[in-house]
Design a protein around this ligand. Structure first.
Ligand code: PLP
Length: 428
């Protein structure tokens, strides 16, 4: 893997990472590692991946100069990597397609994945539809309820969404259930993990498939003579940020900045700040060692963020190591600052950030004056904000939104649409 300069040392990034799993998962993880290493040296595989990236995902994505933001912020030149223009609306498709293609090469016809907010489930369902693979998505029952639009989309792509009823019935439990399924069916099934975390070799695999973002940025900046002062990305599990940073990790510059969810404040339960928060500790969970929000007994603490994609108690091990070393700086962005950033870029640049990505936007707004005007800040817009209309509307236009919902319920309960749905063979 000559293009990748930041590969783990036998699954470890300094003291983080590893493969802390039950015996039954060792063989599938080892086989996956061998298959992945092989595939990355196979020109046929890499060429097929490149073609799918171009024609299906829509790569390369633009590096957009934001003239109004640059003028208003009064410091660095502001550039935005428009990853949200990728098919399905976010960076997650880069990893989903890569892993599904790898599974196909391994002769596996069945794909499983976990999802929390639904974005990774959606990308995986789309990748399976495109590549002709059977797809089951594990999703906590609580998340199934609150993320209905994404559940509907996954089903449209032909995936089965399996509600998980154990534990807190959210993402953590969906991961456990997917691991269990994989351990029981390793010969037929590949588990597409959704971020740059989990047991080795997943952090290396996910970073590799996402590093297409950073490699494009490096080439685009070089072609246009852009001098990069800082790169900013939001950090949930860490896949868009590590892929965006990858080609720069072993260089001294530019500054690499990760924006975590600051939620509504600094107290336990109010945020998801694994690097900058009060309750952040080293720990081992779900197969890997990293920084987590844990209580004294090592149990996961509740987290909070307006952006579902950043609302997770763990961070990828490579980012934890890079944070400790100081190569990646971390900052925490409050919900309200992320909402302001959504408005700022929508009004001034005509670009609608996903709430997750708006954390990176807000961090860039904060530091724009620290960077000289002959240098650029590049923001990774990991996703577009169309998906967030159910969250932003109640904040930006609460009364109108409530009226709309009441009217919709009335229309659906009393109106002719239900009869039409029945004629069409719909359930309800
Ligand atoms: C899922 C998601 C994230 C967070 O996940 P990472 O693995 O940290 O990238 C960020 N942005 C968007 C748009 C997402 O869907």
């Amino acid at each position: 893997m000559e293009q990748n300069t930041s590969h783990s040392d036998n699954g470890f990034f300094d003291k983080f990472g590893g493969k802390y799993v039950a015996e039954v998962l060792r063989r599938p993880l080892d086989e996956l590692e061998i298959a992945f290493t092989d595939a990355m040296k196979d020109n046929d595989f890499l060429e097929e991946l490149d073609l799918i990236r171009r024609d299906y995902i829509g790569r390369e994505t633009p590096l957009y100069f934001a003239p109004t933001a640059t003028k208003l912020l009064g410091g660095a030149q502001i550039y935005i990597k428009l990853e949200g223009l990728a098919n399905t609306g976010a960076h997650k498709i880069n990893n989903a397609i890569g892993q599904c293609l790898l599974a196909k090469r391994m002769g596996k016809k069945r794909i499983i994945a976990e999802t929390g907010a639904g974005q990774h489930g959606l990308a995986t369902a789309a990748a399976c539809a495109k590549l002709g693979l059977d797809c089951t998505i594990y999703m906590g029952e609580v998340d199934v309820r609150r993320q209905q639009p994404n559940v509907a989309a996954m089903e449209l792509y032909g995936a089965r969404v399996h509600p998980v009823t154990s534990g807190s019935r959210t993402l953590k439990d969906a991961v456990n259930e997917a691991m269990r399924d994989w351990a029981a069916n390793p010969d037929t099934t590949h588990y597409v993990l959704g971020s740059a975390l989990g047991p080795a070799p997943f952090p290396d695999i996910v970073r590799e498939f996402q590093s297409v973002i950073g490699r494009e940025v490096k080439r685009q900046a070089a072609e246009r003579g852009i001098k990069i002062g800082a790169m900013v990305a939001c950090v949930g599990g860490g896949s868009n940020s590590i892929g965006f940073f990858e080609p720069f990790i072993n260089e001294k510059k530019p500054r690499l900045i990760g924006a975590e969810a600051g939620g509504i404040g600094p107290n336990v339960g109010e945020n998801a700040s694994r690097m900058t928060g009060n309750a952040a500790r080293d720990g081992i969970m779900q197969g890997y060692k990293s920084r987590f929000l844990l209580d004294e007994d090592g149990q996961a603490l509740p987290t909070r963020s307006i952006s579902a994609g950043l609302d997770y108690c763990g961070i990828g091990p490579q980012l934890a190591a890079l944070g400790k070393k100081g190569r990646v700086e971390f900052t925490s962005v409050l919900d309200r600052d992320a909402l302001d950033a959504v408005k700022f870029f929508a009004r001034n640049e005509g670009i609608l950030f996903a709430l997750e990505s708006a954390h990176a936007g807000a961090a860039a707004i904060k530091i724009a004056r620290e960077i000289p005007s002959d240098q650029a800040i590049i923001i990774n817009m990991s996703g577009r904000g169309d998906k967030d209309v159910f969250i932003t509307s109640p904040v930006f236009r609460p009364n109108e939104w409530l009226d709309f919902l009441h009217a919709e319920i009335e229309r659906l309960e009393g109106g002719t649409d239900i009869h039409e749905a029945k004629i069409m063979g719909g359930k309800k």
